[in-house]
Design a protein around this ligand. Sequence first.
Ligand SMILES: [Zn+2]
Length: 199
Amino acid sequence: MRAVDHEAPVYLHQLPVPGEDRYVCLALVNTRFTVSHGRVDLLDDAEAAHLWLVRHALLPDRVDLGARQSGRLRALREALRALFEARTAGTRPPADALEGLNTALAAAPATPQLAWTADGPRRADVPDTGNPAAAALSLLAEDAVDLLTGVDVEQLTECAAQGCARWFLRSHGARRWCTTKCGNRVRAARAYARKAGSP
Ligand SMILES: [Zn+2]
């Protein structure tokens, strides 16, 4: 009996996908992906969604997350995916995706503040503590606005491995796979196809 199965999605989530360290919205989009043994959803219930938000320092551990709130998080994820797809395809996104992001932004926006530290002035946004779950969604939506409207969006790419569905920021122009694991999977499939096709 393999006791590691339960841990597998968490382990896979730890694979470094370039850009997730800088944009938590990318990490959110990448909570749904496909590996060789099937589809993985790291937010498939309220408990899993709670764990994900806590791990990404978006929600205090003591705050409960209901089924409706975790549903909103999954809906925001799908809206972001549609917006990423529209941006890279050069098309307009579906109206409900744009509306979904703007609703999340408006639900519990952080209050911008100017902090003054030993290093001088810096911006320090204060999250809405009265509504922590909505504040987490607002932060994720704001992060997506930063990504979509900044220079990094030129590097935004969907992994070319079939069914992978993860998004990453290309470190160089030619990169097409989110991780070496995906690259290896594609190369192995190609080698297999060549072998199968040869007489
Ligand atoms: Zn991939």
